[in-house]
Design a protein around this ligand. Structure first.
Ligand code: 0RQ
Length: 489
């Protein structure tokens, strides 16, 4: 069927669940056709919005097309695109920002009502009628199971050799029928390589040959390199203390973005070999690490690669197939597995307060940046939970270390290590009053340290200062100053 005809299956007010996680595996044809349909409907005075469910962020172009035509009433669970972000922050689009591991069960439980249509990109269909997944798995298994109607996009750009890279687990159930998930090593396979779908639900098959859009990356700068070297020094220290295995550490998880990419790249120069990664996205640096033997196996739910990364993967897919496993995000991010494997969680943040409460999502406490994504799944359950960030943002006007965060995604109870280019604060075993001076001295930019020390000293000196001293009338002074003057200084 043509994409235009397939898009006609989708009706105003439908809940539409699409494939896509990071830039990988987003439907290439039906969603642009749907955006056109919505634009035409609006031009003739009709209202046309859908509720859009995905794995995480989808390709930037797709997110933008739907946001530009005001086509989305409700978005869940993660986005990172500027037009959608503006619509959300203007109150024109509802956004439900939840842990990525929660999505499948919440949809199964019916929190989002009925899923009318699933639009899922696949690499192919087997003779038995099962579906070969493409470059991300995300929530596709769930979408195919729960949706009333299914539209498949069969993308012949995805190399056929991708078959066998995926491990689709069909053993999840809702309480009280849950069983332990028998995944005890990063490279365990507990499922099958393909998705199942009830053929009676497949209302359209659309052929495409579209590339995944690339996730552009900047070459690591001095700040990211400095953060990476603090992290690797920390690993060495933990090995010496007998808390991490000397040869292969414990499975690593790294979030998205340039800092995470630089940290993984820094492992190249370390002595560690045969590392395992249990993460939700694979960036370019991971391919290099796999190729040179630093990483033995990486488990993920999506490939978020640059142009060069996509070329490298497709040219050597037979090699990478043995070193990469793509899983549903309810497994890649599963708290039970993250805890069992002892994952070292490394995620970005916007800011941390002097006690280690971390804000990953809300600029100045109100405006969404992206969303919590998988950071909470890993941070809460990791063996070591690290948050990494440059010490300042916006040309030094914003400090990433503040007296109190006006929004908290990861509480002090989940945060064990904070790293900026200036140093690493190891918070394990420390009470809030011991944490504050350490975070300020190790992680804050030197220009902000006197202000932060002054705040903490005055807070602590108050009679009845409490377990976690604050001056409530002043706690958001840094943020207020930024809003009023454009600088926290
Ligand atoms: O804004 O792009 O307009 O310049 O935030 O900042 O320093 O480039 O850092 O790309 O690592 O992103 C928390 C957003 C960090 C990310 C966050 C502004 C800064 C810049 C980006 P500009 P950087 P990163 C697995 C885990 C949640 C999801 C997650 C994130 C922009 O890591 O989304 O962890 N995390 N998922 O100027 C105001 C501050 C700021 C600030 C930075 N304190 N106040 N703006 N910025 N700090 C992955 C998935 O789930 C898919």
């Amino acid at each position: 069927m043509s994409a235009d005809d397939a898009a006609k299956v989708i009706q105003p007010a439908d809940t539409v669940a699409i494939s896509g996680f990071a830039s990988a595996g987003t439907p290439k044809a039906v969603i642009p056709a749907l955006a056109n349909r919505i634009r035409d409907a609006r031009a003739s005075g009709a209202d046309f919005t859908i509720n859009l469910l995905t794995g995480a962020s989808v390709s930037t172009e797709t997110e933008r097309l739907l946001a530009e035509v005001d086509g989305i009433a409700l978005r869940m669970p993660y986005q990172s695109e500027s037009t959608a972000r503006k619509r959300i922050n203007d109150g024109r689009m509802d956004y439900v920002d939840i842990h990525l591991s929660h999505v499948a069960q919440q949809v199964w439980e019916g929190y989002y009502g009925r899923v009318d249509v699933a639009v899922v990109e696949v690499a192919g269909v087997t003779e038995a009628g099962e579906l070969i997944p493409s470059a991300s798995v995300g929530n596709n298994k769930t979408w195919l199971d729960v949706a009333g109607k299914v539209i498949l996009e069969v993308n012949s750009w995805v190399p056929e050799a991708v078959e066998g890279m995926h491990d689709i687990y069909y053993g999840t159930a809702l309480p009280p029928h849950r069983k332990p998930i028998q995944l005890t090593r990063v490279d365990d396979r507990i499922g099958q390589p393909t998705f199942r779908v009830d053929p009676a639900k497949v209302v359209a098959v659309v052929e495409t040959r579209g590339r995944d859009s690339a996730s552009p990356l900047m070459p690591p700068d001095a700040v990211s390199e400095a953060i990476a070297s603090h992290v690797i020094e920390f690993f060495d220290h933990e090995v010496r203390a007998g808390r991490l295995p000397a040869d292969s550490l414990l499975p690593l998880q790294a979030g998205i973005g340039n800092v995470a990419n630089a940290v993984l790249g820094g492992l190249d120069r370390s002595s560690y070999r045969n590392l395992m990664c249990y993460s939700e996205v694979i960036q370019d640096s991971m391919l290099r690490l796999i190729k040179d033997g630093t990483v033995e196996h990486a488990s993920t739910t999506a490939l978020a690669l640059s142009e060069e990364g996509i070329e490298e993967l497709t040219a050597n897919i037979d090699f990478y197939r043995h070193h990469i496993t793509l899983r549903p995000q309810e497994i890649s991010n599963h708290p039970e597995i993250v805890r069992r494997l002892g994952v070292i969680a490394m995620n970005g943040m916007l800011e941390s307060d002097i006690y280690g409460n971390v804000n990953s999502t809300h600029v100045m406490g109100t405006k969404i940046m992206n969303g919590i994504g998988g950071s909470g799944d890993f941070a809460r359950n990791g063996y070591v939970s690290m948050f990494l960030s440059p010490s300042t943002a916006r040309d030094g006007a914003i400090s990433a270390i503040v007296p109190m965060t006006p929004h908290v995604d990861h509480t002090e109870h989940d945060t064990q290590v904070i790293v900026t280019e200036h140093g690493l604060a190891d918070l394990r075993g420390l009470s809030p009053r011991r944490r504050a001076p350490l975070i300020i001295d190790k992680c804050a930019h030197p220009d902000f340290r006197p202000l932060l020390h002054d705040y903490f000293a005055r807070a602590e000196a108050q009679p009845g200062a409490g377990q976690t001293p604050h001056i409530l009338g002043e706690a958001f002074g840094f943020h207020q100053r930024y809003l009023e003057t454009g600088s926290m200084r």
